[in-house]
Design a protein. Sequence first.
Length: 124
Amino acid sequence: MQQIVEGMIAMIFLMLFLVMGIDLIRVEVDCCNAREFRNTVIMAMENSEFDEGVIRECFNKAKENGYALTVTFHYLDGERATVSDGRFYAKQKTILIAEVKLEYKLVVPILRSEIIKKTEAVTC
């Protein structure tokens, strides 16, 4: 009788750890997707030489995916401009580099917690 109870308790713990492990894998996949999106934005900006239409499309895709995208443009003359909405972006000067900041939410269902994470990168 004691072995049956111990076996049931072991199975309950095993199922709990399995569900938590699946949730943690899901969180890691969400993190990887956000980093991949950030890298895609950087590559699109670099390949298009900071084209206005491409940057607006990046902001639109960020909204569709539930991300908050902020880009800081550093111009050749030393000035900089921060854009958090693609509609207000207009290429006026020669851009030297751009800092891309992406905020995204991570949800862990088993723990019922929501975490706001940020990832940043700079164009070359």
